[in-house]
Design a protein around this ligand. Structure first.
Ligand SMILES: *Cc1c(COP(=O)(O)O)cnc(C)c1O
Length: 232
C-alpha cells in the first residue's frame, strides 16, 4: 500500500510540476494508470490511494481484473490493438477505447455498445511517425476517419492517442508531440466533443505535457518494471 501510494504521489507531483513549467493550468493533465501484467491487488492499492482511471492492453487479462474490482468506481480504458472478434466484450466492459484506427472497428463498437450504457468514448490512434510496425491511422486520413466516427450513434469522439517512435533526442520527442498537438487542435475545431490528447508515457511525459497532452498513460513509473515482455 505505502509503496503504491508513494509512487502515485510522486507521479502526480511530476505532472503538477510539468504543468507549471509549461504554463498549463493545474489539473489539465489527467493520469491513466497503465496496469497491464499487474494483478488486481496492485490496482486496488492505487485505487485506494485515489486513482480512478486504468488502462489495459489485453482483453482476457482486463476482463478478469474488471470483474475482481467491480466493487470500485473505476474508469476503464482499452489501449491495445482491437481485433474484430473482441469488439463485443470491449464495448460491453470498457468506458473508453483509445486505440481505434479503422471505421469498421468503430462501427462494430457502436453497434455492440449496450443500450443502457452511455456512449463509448473513443480516441483515434494516429501513427504519428509513420512506422510500419505500429498501428494507427496515417495523419492524412485522420479527418476523414474522424468525420465518419463522429456520426456513429453510440460513440463519443473524444480525441487522439499517440505513441511516437522511440526518440534519440528530446528534440525528436518534442517534434512528434508538437505534430500531434497540431492535429488535435484541428480536430477540435471540427468536433465539439473532442477534448483529449492522450500522449506521454513514463519516459517522455514531461515532453508530452509541454506539447499539450491532456492525458498521460503511465505504467512503469507507477507499478515498477514489467517482468513479462510488452507484447505491443
Ligand atoms: C504499456 C503502455 C504504456 C505505458 O508505458 P510505460 O513506459 O510503462 O509508462 C502506455 N501506452 C501504451 C499504449 C502502452 O501499451
Amino acid at each position: 500500500m505505502t509503496n503504491s501510494k508513494t509512487r502515485l504521489q510522486s507521479v502526480m507531483n511530476f505532472i503538477k510540476l510539468a504543468e507549471q513549467q509549461a504554463n498549463r493550468s493545474p489539473g489539465s493533465v489527467k493520469l491513466l494508470a497503465v496496469s497491464k501484467t499487474w494483478p488486481a491487488s496492485r490496482l486496488r492499492e492505487l485505487a485506494e490511494a485515489g486513482q480512478i482511471r486504468f488502462g489495459e492492453n489485453y482483453l482476457q487479462e482486463a476482463l478478469q481484473k474488471i470483474a475482481e474490482l467491480a466493487d470500485l468506481e473505476l474508469e476503464w480504458h482499452f489501449i491495445g490493438p482491437v481485433q474484430s472478434n473482441k469488439t463485443r466484450d470491449i464495448a460491453a466492459n470498457f468506458d473508453w477505447v483509445e486505440s481505434v484506427d479503422r471505421l469498421k472497428i468503430a462501427q462494430r463498437l457502436s453497434d455492440q455498445r449496450p443500450t443502457e450504457k452511455p456512449p463509448l468514448n473513443i480516441c483515434l490512434q494516429v501513427n504519428i511517425d509513420d512506422e510500419a510496425s505500429k498501428a494507427g491511422v496515417h495523419a492524412d486520413g485522420l479527418m476523414e476517419l474522424a468525420a465518419a466516427v463522429s456520426q456513429l450513434k453510440n460513440i463519443r469522439l473524444r480525441g487522439l492517442m499517440i505513441i511516437p517512435a522511440i526518440a534519440e533526442t528530446v528534440e525528436q520527442q518534442l517534434d512528434a508531440f508538437a505534430r500531434a498537438q497540431q492535429l488535435f487542435s484541428q480536430l477540435k475545431t471540427n468536433h465539439a466533443t473532442v477534448d483529449t490528447l492522450s500522449m506521454g508515457m513514463s519516459a517522455d511525459m514531461q515532453a508530452a505535457i509541454s506539447q499539450g497532452s491532456t492525458m498521460v498513460r503511465i505504467g512503469t513509473a507507477l507499478f515498477g518494471e514489467r517482468h513479462t515482455p510488452n507484447k505491443q
